[in-house]
Write a protein that binds this ligand. Structure first.
Ligand code: ZN
Length: 397
């Protein structure tokens, strides 16, 4: 391993202190190091990836996938400084002048804590809303956004759409009823550029994107030119299982993590990377577009079609407004699409763009009206369903 970059060499030495990595990191080339998978993380629960004594850990987190088996993650205070300082690079530019409404979960996952610590670091005011709780109905969200000088919100992209719907039901105007609100910062779901634009237009405010996970914290964030950049000075990124030269599954190695070193961790996300130095903002870091989980795609004649591809086509071709919800089912031979707002007829263009046979219909109650006024425990939506899935599993409460 003589030729290995000293920073990566350090990473391996730290990782060898964990039960999981101690016998797993060969002294040969970097490419011979096996990938770490989500399943490895699950199998190592609770302490297999812990590299330090318990007393040095600042916080414990976990996420649970569909299997229900948790993956644990650990951070020291220094780890948190690393995560939060890169998260703060986002062009939304959180500052001491902001009141930040945190509408992502506090329970076990890192998302809300990341924003909470970031806001504290710059002296912003925190309004801790959380998510997946019965204590944060949408009328209450809108009351807080209206009555408090909240300037920025941290939430899932879909919630930006749902609050617009709820506002209309309450006779509030998304553009004029929340005078202090200046921007949204979103993460946790892929968001097609055309839908983002429609939402921004509907709210009259910009939406900024972040990309990360509970295991790693922020991996990339949006720049002033609207592109998302990877934090390549803090993390080492590789592409595996390539479907094109610049497109494949993203693998990350944490360069500075103390509590839980991750070596060649396959995030399971298919991404497209831009060239370094290609963005007008002047960043030296590569840009990233997150297409989605490999298993979420359907097989089209020209390769995989991800939910974000469908979303981009719908919002760019059908003139859908920013408060429109959609869902689709792959029936094996055609795509059945439903949208809850009237649309311009562009079926031929849609089929040509996605290279799939499509039927599309207007379904007014994708989300029943009274749901938005109830106490909600909103979860991440699944816009592209399989033939056997219930339509109601797209957006769940
Ligand atoms: Zn840029």
């Amino acid at each position: 391993m003589e030729t290995l970059n000293p920073i990566l060499s350090d990473v391996l030495n730290r990782a060898r202190k964990t039960a999981f990595y101690q016998d797993r990191l060969p002294n040969s080339s970097w490419e011979n190091i096996p990938l770490t998978t989500k399943s490895d993380l699950r199998d190592s629960y609770p302490f297999g990836l812990l590299a330090l004594p318990h007393r040095q850990i600042a916080s414990y987190h976990e996420s649970s996938g569909t299997s229900g088996k948790p993956t644990a993650s650990f951070f020291t205070e220094a780890d948190w400084q690393d995560v939060v300082s890169r998260f703060l690079r986002n062009a939304i530019n959180v500052s001491e002048n902001d009141w930040i409404f945190i509408k992502t979960p506090y329970s076990l996952v890192t998302t809300a804590h990341q924003m909470h610590r970031a806001a504290e670091m710059v002296g912003a005011t925190v309004v801790p809303g959380s998510n997946r709780t019965t204590n944060m109905s949408y009328p209450k969200v809108l009351r807080l956004l209206s009555d408090l000088p909240i300037t920025a919100v941290w939430c899932l992209p879909t919630e930006v759409c749902l609050w617009a719907k709820a506002a209309r039901q309450l006779n509030l105007n998304p553009i004029t009823s929340f005078p202090h609100l200046r921007a949204f910062l979103v993460a946790g779901e892929s968001l097609a550029p055309s839908r983002k634009k429609a939402m921004e237009s509907f709210w009259g405010r910009p939406i900024f994107c972040d990309y990360g996970s509970t295991e790693t914290g922020s991996l990339g964030g949006q720049c002033s030119h609207g592109n998302m950049h990877l934090w390549e000075d803090r993390l080492y990124f590789e592409l595996v299982d390539k479907v094109a030269q610049n497109c494949g599954s993203l693998v990350v190695t944490s360069l500075h993590r103390q509590a839980m070193p991750l070596v060649r961790y396959n995030l399971g996300d298919v991404v497209r990377l831009g060239a370094a130095d290609s963005c007008g903002c002047g960043s030296r870091f590569r840009t990233i577009e997150v297409l989605g989980r490999k298993e979420s795609a359907i097989s089209g004649p020209d390769g995989p079609v991800f939910p974000i591809d469908i979303e981009e086509a719908l919002f760019s071709l059908l003139e859908l407004p920013g408060d429109c919800l959609w869902r689709a089912k792959w029936m094996g031979d055609r795509l059945k699409v439903e949208v809850d707002r009237p649309f311009s007829n562009a079926l031929a263009e849609l089929e040509m763009k996605l290279r799939l046979p499509i039927t599309i219909s207007y379904v007014e109650d994708i989300l029943p009206r009274d749901h938005l006024m109830k106490e909600t425990k909103f979860s991440k939506p699944k816009y592209l369903l399989s033939a056997d899935d219930s339509w109601h599993s797209a957006i769940t409460y």
